[in-house]
Ligand binder design. Structure first.
Ligand code: TMP
Ligand code: ASP
Length: 239
């Protein structure tokens, strides 16, 4: 029970989130967990307070995007780690946006991390823990009936718009938005932005020093994982 909201029916438990049945048929309750995972769950640790930090960071970004006209799933913040969200049918692909080479892009294409890209790239990966979220192209997505051409075009356009808005916001916070992952869901005949936007789902580097402030601290055992998350939150609050 949170306030007067009863949370008794878990609909889905993911690696870092739980979705409960909502108070009505049009909503769900989203709860952030403290669990950190990487490499498709191979590496796993409880980081006390991570859920709260990610919830607060994501809520700030969502409020900002919503103010700028982006439709999102967020209805109401319930408490530190809990939010009321619109019920949506998640499109089973992740949209990954990159401004700077890093992570799997650097590895796959042999490009040093930190290389500025001449244009922003977008790519899709199939949401499947079993298969390790493989990259998938447009014609493969439509061939499998995962999303339509129109939906893919819309998600790409929205992802690029969200990138521009987030780059502006993070520049003010002294943070370089290297890359990030988005998810969309079908709701009322439209696609809306879903899931969290946090240091778990983005690469954030200090603009001056390129210090990593995101989940790469956990993936790469760089230490002080939550110190990075706290830093992102404080800078966003002061931006
Ligand atoms: P990548 O370089 O490992 O492909 O990751 C690109 C961005 O997407 C990075 O900011 C982390 C984010 N991401 C997720 O949020 N979830 C995932 O499962 C993966 C693989 C990446
Ligand atoms: N979130 C994914 C996992 O738990 C992958 C990652 O972000 O590195 O394995």
């Amino acid at each position: 029970m949170v306030g007067n909201t009863v949370m008794d029916e878990v609909l889905y438990e993911g690696k870092s989130k739980i979705i409960f049945k909502g108070p009505d048929d049009d909503s769900y309750i989203l709860r952030y967990k403290d669990t950190a995972t990487a490499f498709n769950g191979e590496k796993k640790e409880e980081l006390g307070g991570k859920g709260k930090l990610n919830a607060e960071i994501s809520n700030i970004i969502y409020a900002y995007l919503s103010e700028k006209g982006v439709e999102t799933h967020l209805l109401k913040v319930i408490d530190d780690v809990t939010a009321l969200i619109k019920k949506a049918e998640i499109v089973m692909v992740e949209v990954i946006v990159r401004n700077v080479a890093a992570g799997s892009f650097s590895k796959k294409y042999g490009v040093p991390e930190g290389t500025e890209l001449k244009n922003t790239t977008t790519e899709f990966s199939l949401k499947s823990d079993e298969l390790g979220d493989p990259m998938i192209n447009d014609s493969q997505i439509t061939a499998l009936g995962i999303a339509t051409r129109e939906e893919l075009d819309y998600m790409t356009k929205q992802a690029l718009k969200i990138n521009e808005l987030m780059c502006e916001l993070f520049a003010k916070a002294g943070i370089r938005l290297v890359d990030f992952k988005l998810e969309f869901g079908r709701c009322g005949g439209k696609l809306i932005l879903c899931d969290e936007i946090s240091p778990d789902s983005c690469r954030f580097w200090d603009t001056e020093t390129n210090e990593k402030l995101d989940k790469d601290r956990f993936r790469r055992d760089l230490g002080n994982v939550l110190g990075g998350y706290r830093d992102v939150l404080e800078r966003l609050k002061n931006a």
